[in-house]
Design a protein around this ligand. Structure first.
Ligand code: MF3
Ligand code: CO
Length: 261
């Protein structure tokens, strides 16, 4: 399938899908504490999504059994929420979320510390988030897709981190996963030329140790092979005539962009 350019109407709906998803993330961020289960977070988030009249887009996607992916410590992505899976002080937890609003999808992920975490864990979270922002400096009409990939990967690797290669970002719109695929590391090709109206989910997955990952027996949970911590940060963005518009992060969000490094 070719990469699509969204109409003004589709973009309006995706803005709303993104705005609502940001609220879902805020509710979940506020609920994170030692002692809560990933199942409870999943159910809380699903309730918020449905309260907007929206659907969780992950639920039943290729048979995925929950509304959110909640991945703890060495889990990279696609952690399945369980009642028995309790968050503890010092853990890091990635929450990946998406919803459908009037037929259009949004997708975003954040990684948080549970209570007090180590400086090393906080740095991994901060660098992963910053790598997204380094990447989207090239998310502009006329630039090539893989300039984004290279900027993300080069930045994260400059800290000695492992950039996950087995999973990539993606186009998004009428479907959760559309073309193009968006790797988080330098490519041989330059990729497609970016055009206003393209909507992309850019999602660096960065390991404190080596880049290699493996799948658990549940066929979903992706973990680091060396057991090192992993962080994930994702937003749905819109290519415009100027700066990219981040649909899942409002300009005045207290989470904002920081430049710690
Ligand atoms: N958010 C994930 C992505 O960006 C999708 C999760 S896979 C699912 O591709 F099965 F849970 F939907
Ligand atoms: Co995604």
């Amino acid at each position: 399938m070719a990469v699509t350019v969204k109409s003004a109407k589709e973009i309006e709906l995706m803005r709303e899908a993104g705005r609502l998803l940001e609220i879902v993330h805020k509710e979940l961020a506020d609920a994170i504490r030692p002692g809560i289960s990933t199942y409870e977070l999943d159910k809380l988030g699903e309730k918020v999504i449905r309260s907007f009249g929206c659907e969780p887009n992950f639920l039943n996607y290729n048979g995925y059994p929950a509304s959110f992916c909640i991945s703890v410590n060495d889990e990279v992505v696609h952690g399945i929420p369980y009642k028995e899976k309790i968050l503890h002080e010092g853990d890091i937890v990635s929450i990946d979320a998406g919803l459908i609003y009037k037929g259009m999808h949004s997708d975003a992920a954040r990684t948080y510390g549970v209570g007090k975490i180590s400086p090393e864990a906080q740095k991994l979270i901060d660098v992963t988030r910053e790598s997204f922002f380094r990447g989207i400096e090239f998310a502009r009409a006329g630039h090539r897709l893989h300039e984004i990939s290279a900027a993300i990967g080069d930045y994260a690797e400059s800290f000695g981190y492992g950039v996950v290669r087995d999973l990539v970002g993606h186009g998004i719109g009428h479907k959760l996963h559309e073309d193009p695929q968006i790797p988080n590391f330098r490519q041989r090709s330059r990729g497609i030329r970016l055009v206003p109206g393209m909507t992309l989910a850019i999602e660096p997955m960065i390991n404190a140790g080596r880049a290699d990952v493996e799948w658990l027996d549940d066929d979903w949970t992706v973990v680091t092979e060396d057991g090192s911590l992993s962080a994930h940060y994702e937003n749905t963005i819109l290519i415009t005539d100027g700066e990219p518009e981040i649909l899942t992060l409002s300009a005045d969000s207290p989470e904002g962009r920081k430049f710690p490094f």
